[in-house]
Design a protein. Structure first.
Length: 104
């Protein structure tokens, strides 16, 4: 258990920080099988580099291509939005010119 009482889970040999994240993974696998999405990645890294200095690395929960909308989607399953998460999210969205979708 972590400090927010989320139970860590392993599905398909992939470790997830919570049951909610594992559940979302199973939903995305269904979408993948039904050809609604493609190129599903779990925990893709986004290095946070400012002025040439590596500050931290943000790991999204999921990244995939939404075939119908024709866009790349970056998702984070969130229960508690810590201050560190909020800061990393802002930095990553600015540095990479992306939008992170939060799944409650």
């Amino acid at each position: 258990m972590n400090k927010y009482h989320a139970k860590r889970v392993t599905v398909d040999n992939i470790k997830f920080d919570s049951m909610a994240e594992a559940h979302r993974y199973k939903e995305l696998k269904l979408l993948l099988r039904n050809n609604a999405i493609e190129r599903l990645k779990c925990h893709p890294p986004y290095p946070i580099v400012v002025a040439g200095e590596h500050i931290a690395t943000y790991y999204a929960d999921f990244q995939y291509w939404d075939i119908e909308r024709g866009i790349e989607v970056i998702e984070d399953v969130k229960g508690v939005k810590t201050e560190v998460y909020k800061l990393k999210k802002k930095l990553v969205e600015t540095i990479y010119a992306i939008s992170i979708t939060e799944i409650a």
